[in-house]
Design a protein around this ligand. Structure first.
Ligand code: TYD
Length: 381
């Protein structure tokens, strides 16, 4: 597969392809990729910007509320702070001191320009030591969808150990592997996601560190995510989960069936003279499009609100990425919502498309079609 966020313009060199194979440990239930693409290649100029959608803002509100029931949140450190959006939200809700650690220089620059104190580095023990030695060390450490990008767990866990030594709490948000499997979200598997997390896997990683998972919250964001609250202590909180090799085999089988369904549907629509496009140039879009072997013949374009992605091509294809306005300019017959995690918000926002008879295809597990009279995905059930 191509690298999921390798958005290049016509004359730019692409990074190429790498094997994408998910391995699984039946003992600790962690999933990991067989190949680690050099992080410097993936994150130097990173095009993923934290969503500014209402869905995400609501999630931030809930997350900060839940964190405040665990800690004062006077000084917050975010690992993988992207363009500083979550830290800005903390500030708006009363946190005085915020600090971000962000390896992508383009995103760290945006955060700094917006007044969010940011260190442009990868998180490691050394950086953790420097931050922990600050006169006002953080009482809360947040890492949203970062641990799934980490290969060297020891380095990250030792870094957390330094930061939590004085009683701080860490909130680690990851896509929940059990949800990924149960909802057949094969499109969440790509080179940036090196680790596929369960509570059991985190318990194993924390062994011998003096830290435990004190609480777990389950959220619907991104198709199902958990936040594990980690701090110094002796006893892990209760959480029951189960994942077996049979579950993974069923997942592989269902993923192939979903891919075959979308290929069949799009080929039929195109043969029938219908115009089909994509909405949301997410990493998930790269996975679906390349798994289905779609080219510009099948999808005229994929639109996306992120400026960094526009006017480039979808990784591995000749399909251009355009601005969101293209949906009402072109009024295609069908739009595949590759940002299915924001589907209801997008369907509500793109009212004109619906009113003019446009249909949504939502590829989240099974392929759902949203008819023009329907205003949300759930109504189709
Ligand atoms: P996301 O699901 O966060 O990312 P990924 O699969 O890459 O981890 O990305 C959603 C993409 O959809 C992102 O590129 C922004 C885009 N988008 C829009 O273009 N319009 C919208 O209204 C929303 C909510 C997202």
């Amino acid at each position: 597969m191509p690298l999921a966020n390798d958005f290049c313009e016509g004359n730019e060199e692409r990074e190429g392809y790498a094997p994408l194979k998910l391995m699984w440990c039946p003992r600790c239930t962690l999933g990991q990729l067989s190949v680690v693409v050099n992080p410097k290649l993936l994150y130097k100029e990173y095009s993923y910007v934290t969503s500014n959608s209402q869905t995400m803002r609501n999630h931030f509100d809930t997350l900060i509320r839940d964190l405040k029931s665990e800690s004062e949140c006077e000084s917050v450190l975010e690992i993988g702070s992207n363009d500083g959006r979550l830290l800005n939200h903390f500030q708006e809700l009363g946190t005085k001191t915020v600090l971000g650690i962000e390896p992508a220089s383009n995103l760290a620059d945006i955060a700094l320009r917006n007044g969010i104190n940011t260190i442009n580095e990868f998180f490691d023990q050394e950086i953790a030591g420097i931050v922990a030695d600050n006169p006002k060390p953080p009482d809360v450490i947040v890492a949203r969808h970062v641990f799934c990008h980490i290969d060297d767990w020891q380095e990250a866990i030792y870094g957390l150990q330094k930061l939590c030594a004085n009683g701080a709490i860490a909130a680690i948000e990851v896509p929940y592997f059990i949800d990924t499997i149960n909802t057949v979200e094969f499109d969440q598997i790509y080179h940036e996601h090196l680790s596929y997390m369960t509570i059991e896997a985190m318990k194993h990683a924390l062994q011998g560190t003096g830290m435990v998972i004190s609480n777990v919250k389950h959220y619907p964001i991104h198709g199902g995510a958990i936040v594990m609250f980690i701090k110094r202590g002796r006893v892990h909180c209760d959480w029951s989960e189960s994942l077996t090799l049979e579950d993974l085999r069923a997942f592989a089988h269902k993923s192939h069936a979903c891919i075959a369904d979308l290929i069949r549907l799009v080929h039929e629509l195109v043969a029938d003279g219908k115009i089909v496009v994509g909405y949301g140039a997410s990493a998930k879009a790269t996975q679906w499009i390349n798994s289905c072997g779609f080219t510009r013949k099948h999808l005229k374009w994929v639109c996306d609100s992120t400026h960094q992605k526009q006017w480039a091509f979808m990784p591995g294809t000749d399909i251009p990425v355009v601005d969101e306005g293209a949906l009402t300019r072109d009024l295609p017959d069908y739009a595949i919502c590759f940002a299915w995690n924001f589907a209801d918000e997008i369907i509500a926002k793109e009212k004109i498309f619906r009113e003019k008879g446009g249909r949504w295809i939502v590829p989240h597990g099974e392929i759902k079609i949203v008819e023009p009279h329907q205003t949300a995905v759930k109504e189709t059930a």
